[in-house]
Design a protein around this ligand. Structure first.
Ligand code: HEM
Length: 467
């Protein structure tokens, strides 16, 4: 058994079957929501067995905080992340902790997320937001929120990080790179879920063959972007203007090492993937909750009106973005209820005993299920399932252990793009609410699509320009 925890067992749902294990409790297409529904009463730590693979999950905020202690624990690669390595190699997200590529890329890319760097991305974020609002002008039917937010965030990350324009708002059909990337990713996920199934090797080879052309298209396009940039004559433009420039031109400050082209391709893919659906989902959930909570919508609109004034086309300055405190709380609360990167995995640095009494050795791993830990009544009270942005006021946050709210992960492997995501999301949400009144379909029931990330599905908004 993989991830056997030296034979220790944990509470599990009823109905385990020989060979397949607990597969019956997992709905295809929505494993996370199945875990939330079927395992909510199993206590702070529980297990599911899928064929030969044991998954250990943590659902209590207290135990999650314990495993987030960076001195005693570190990131582990879950089977889902391992499967992604075919696609994203040792890119930042999927690298092992001790891989030299991780340290190198982390050191080189941290400066791309400083305040000064964020100031460079601000005009790009505004430009893409302007394109989105332009595309909405004159549209007289409800808009598909997740689809449009995804176009926006993909365009923002690709222009900011690689100076590449996918024309998301000018083309009728998405750039062919986008469906190819999604297909290649989907393949990675399928491979992850098949990995422990007996006899999966043949099936895997067949899917692999079917995916090959998507993967080849993605690889060629990215290698082309890298080659084009390499061919730029030196002394033109600003070589370090974006992440690609930094990766191509900057050596490690101490060792002088540089990233090779394959690793740069993996990093580009990593940033494109990690940097768009997560933020798009965060914006979409925020809009969903605002459409259901008129008092929160009114408070958010009062704030944006106060800061941006009466000109509906006003755009926030870089310095104004952190002033939208209520808008930020709406996003924070949306990410509490539906953290769009919903889990991360931890393993101990040395053998230890958990507060639950279980022994955990290096190599044993547990998945922190954020939508469960973020709704633990011990931290968030009896109304934990309800949307209440004011949980994040300074007063109400006082005394709350920071380790109990972790939508951006934890420790040295936490999200490098956190500031980028929050700046972009606050800016777009503030502009949108300043320009438009929003109304959701009262009959819509929140459905959540699970890919690598979480996203409201089929959620539409009617937008009315504000007078
Ligand atoms: C609301 C938006 C976002 C959320 C909720 C989010 C969440 C996360 C989480 C939970 C992790 C840790 C995963 C783990 O421990 O296995 C992570 C890592 C990462 N994120 Fe984000 N992320 C967001 C936006 C972004 C953006 C905009 C970028 C790029 C500009 C980005 C790039 C990355 C990268 C490269 C890593 C890997 C870092 C490392 O291990 O060194 N993310 N993110």
């Amino acid at each position: 058994m993989l991830n056997d925890w030296s034979g220790q067992t944990f509470p599990r749902p009823t109905g385990r079957k020989p060979i397949v294990g607990d597969v019956g409790t997992i709905r295809p297409g929505s494993p996370l929501q199945s875990v939330m529904e079927n395992c909510g009463d199993l206590g702070p730590i529980f297990e599911l067995k899928v064929f030969d693979q044991k998954f250990v999950f943590v659902s209590s905020a207290e135990l999650a905080a314990e495993l987030s202690d960076e001195k005693r624990f570190e990131k582990a690669l879950s089977p889902a992340l391992l499967a992604l390595r075919d696609f994203a190699g040792s890119g930042l997200f999927t690298a092992y902790n001790d891989e030299t590529d991780w340290e190198l890329a982390h050191t080189l890319l941290m400066p791309a997320f400083t305040k000064a760097a964020m100031q460079r991305y601000h005009p790009i974020m505004l430009e893409v937001a302007r394109e989105l609002f332009g595309a909405w002008d004159g549209v007289d039917r409800p808009v598909d929120v997740s689809a449009d937010m995804t176009r926006l965030t993909l365009e923002t990350i690709s222009r900011s990080a690689f100076s590449t324009d996918f024309g998301s708002f000018s083309r009728e059909e998405p750039h062919p790179f986008i469906p190819a990337m999604i297909e290649a990713l989907r393949f990675g996920q399928r491979k992850g879920s098949l990995a422990t199934m007996p006899g999966a090797a043949m099936l895997m080879r067949r899917i692999e063959k079917r995916n090959a052309h998507h993967q080849a298209y993605v690889d060629d396009l990215l290698d082309g972007i890298i080659a084009e940039r390499r061919a730029e004559p030196t002394g033109t433009g600003e070589p370090d203007r974006d992440l690609l420039g930094i990766m191509l031109n900057t050596p490690h400050p101490e060792t002088g090492a540089r990233l090779n082209d394959l690793n740069i391709r993996h990093q580009i893919l990593t940033f494109l993937v990690a940097g768009h659906e997560t933020t798009s989902g965060a914006l979409s959930f925020a809009l969903y909750y605002l459409s259901r909570h008129p008092e929160a919508l009114a408070a958010a609109q009062a704030e944006v009106d106060e800061i941006l004034g009466s000109d509906r086309t006003a755009e926030p300055t870089f310095e104004q973005v952190p002033k939208f405190r209520y808008v930020r709380r709406v996003l924070d609360e949306g990410l509490r209820l539906w953290p769009t990167a919903p889990a991360y995995t931890r393993t101990p640095r040395e053998e230890l005993t958990l507060s639950t009494g279980h022994t955990m050795r290096p190599g044993d791993w547990a998945i922190i299920v954020l939508p469960m830990t973020h709704r633990d009544p011990a931290v968030w009270g009896e109304t934990a399932d309800e949307f209440d942005p004011d949980r994040f006021t300074v007063g109400r946050s006082r005394g709350r252990t920071p380790q109990t709210y972790k939508p951006f992960g934890t420790g040295e492997r936490a999200c490098i793009g956190r500031q980028f995501a929050l700046h972009e999301a606050v800016l777009v949400l503030a502009m949108l609410l300043h320009r438009h009144d929003i109304a959701g379909d009262p009959d819509y029931v929140l459905r959540i699509a699970e890919r690598l990330t979480l996203m409201p599905q089929g959620f539409e908004l009617t937008l009315t320009p504000r007078g």
